[in-house]
Ligand binder design. Structure first.
Ligand code: RFL
Length: 403
């Protein structure tokens, strides 16, 4: 679009324009709305899409506290399930850790991400929040000025523009927030962990009353409850594998083998309703601010799903930013905004470190079945220490549930 065309498109405004209605955008929107800050959430997908998009499920104790603190916890109170046990299965046997009795004694709450998103959306709309579905942000303009704007494509294809004081990019790792950063403004630190998972959702009740982590010569397998009817499983597979190569039967046979079902009890099988190949990757942007544009959630940093931190970091960062924006817009105190990036990065790197440690605990090498002896012995030693050392277990528990 040329400058003169751009100047003619329909315009609207909000003090804070939030791009993306995931956990980050909707927590931020709710908190700003409650503080009386004028804001709008722009979401390219349809409302039904975000309310049914199955992803994370384990909410950290801190996440639950944030939601409670702001009265956003009704759904969790009604449907969330407290969870505190994980079970490790290896060739050397199995052991369980009940982290309610370890570390800080905190637990997870199992509440599927799409239900959390539905709850947050309902609260936001009930409080009078403005959300525009089917509206795709195309670019953030003038982010280095005090008067940024977001150009959008409406559902019918018409261009439009939102003027703002601040823009919060809560639009994930491929979002327009990242793409609008000029070269050199922000550094991206990236790590490919060299491990690939097949992420699965099965229409089957959980097979065990714990999160299951199995290490097998064929590779890692994971089991995570979602609800009484749905369970998430993970299978490590070779890089480049295609999801279609994995039939339901092959998936269940491989899960049963790696989880040693013949020794520890059968898996409850069901139809596999989602299969997605995930290369375990992490990245962190530094700093998380460029002028009036702030990066939040996956837009700020992607974390591998090995330690279930992504959605929890998104909520934590959204709360920090909501407070800082409120201070800036109501008290003209810009100091908290100036510290937003530094504060979040401390938590993000901590979570990255733990997630990296989990990857090394659960995978011998990049390719399942091609273990280097040295790496495999290190991994076994790490697992044995976790099984035998109370100090190690306390450290694990504190990091596993915390953000
Ligand atoms: P989201 O949830 O991706 O939301 C971003 C929103 O932005 C919209 N969007 C745009 N809207 C307008 N204009 C544009 N140009 C736009 N571009 C994008 C998108 O439609 C979307 O609605 O990011 P957010 O809010 O930062 O939240 C991050 C979490 O979703 C993510 O970290 C977690 O799902 C990661 N994750 C897990 N995290 C956990 O804490 N615990 C888990 O157990 C867990 N399991 C997982 C996961 C992620 C997975 N995937 C996606 C690989 C399991 C899986 C399979």
């Amino acid at each position: 679009m040329t400058e003169s065309q751009y100047a003619q498109v329909a315009q609207d405004s909000a003090d804070v324009v939030i791009i993306g209605a995931g956990p980050a955008g909707l927590v931020l929107g709710n908190l700003l709305q409650r503080a009386g800050i004028d804001c709008v959430v722009l979401e390219r997908a349809a409302s039904a899409h975000i309310r049914h998009r199955a992803r994370a499920g384990y909410l950290a104790a801190h996440t639950v506290r944030v939601l409670e603190r702001h009265g956003l916890d009704e759904g969790i109170r009604l449907r969330g399930q407290e969870h505190s046990v994980c079970e490790f299965r290896t060739g050397a046997g199995r052991f369980r850790l009940d982290y309610r009795h370890l570390g800080r004694g905190e637990t997870h709450t199992v509440h599927p991400q799409h239900e959390l998103v539905s709850d947050l959306l309902a609260c936001f709309v009930a409080a009078g929040g403005r959300v525009r579905f089917g509206t795709e942000a195309v670019a953030v303009r003038d982010a280095d000025s005090p008067a940024p704007s977001v150009t959008v494509r409406e559902g019918d294809g018409r261009p439009a523009r939102w003027r703002a004081r601040y823009v919060a990019a809560c639009d994930g790792r491929h979002g327009v927030g990242r793409r609008s950063l000029p070269p050199g403004a922000v550094r991206r630190h990236r790590r490919d962990h060299g491990v690939t998972w097949l992420g699965l959702l099965a229409e089957a009740p959980p097979s065990l009353d714990a999160v299951g982590y199995a290490v097998h010569p064929h590779g890692f397998a994971g089991h995570m409850a979602r609800s009484a009817e749905i369970t998430r499983y993970y299978l490590q597979c070779a890089r480049g594998t295609l999801a279609e190569e994995w039939s339901d039967e092959r998936i269940w046979d491989e899960l049963a083998l790696r989880m040693r079902a013949s020794e520890y009890g059968p898996l409850v099988r069901g139809r596999v309703v989602q299969r997605a190949v995930v290369d375990l990757e992490s990245d962190v942007l530094e700093p998380l601010r460029y002028g009036s544009l702030f990066l939040v959630g996956d837009a700020a940093g992607l974390i591998s799903p090995s330690a279930a931190k992504g959605a929890n970091l998104a909520v934590l960062e959204a709360e920090i930013l909501a407070r800082a924006l409120t201070d800036a817009l109501t008290r003209h105190d810009l100091e908290p905004l100036a510290r937003y990036s530094e504060r979040c990065l401390e938590h993000i790197w901590r979570a990255q470190e733990f997630s990296h440690w989990m990857i090394r605990l659960l995978h011998g090498t990049r390719d399942p079945g091609k273990s280097s002896h040295f790496q495999e012995r290190l991994r076994r030693s790490r697992m044995a220490s976790l099984r035998d050392s109370r100090t190690h277990q306390d450290w694990f528990a504190e990091n596993y549930v915390g953000v």
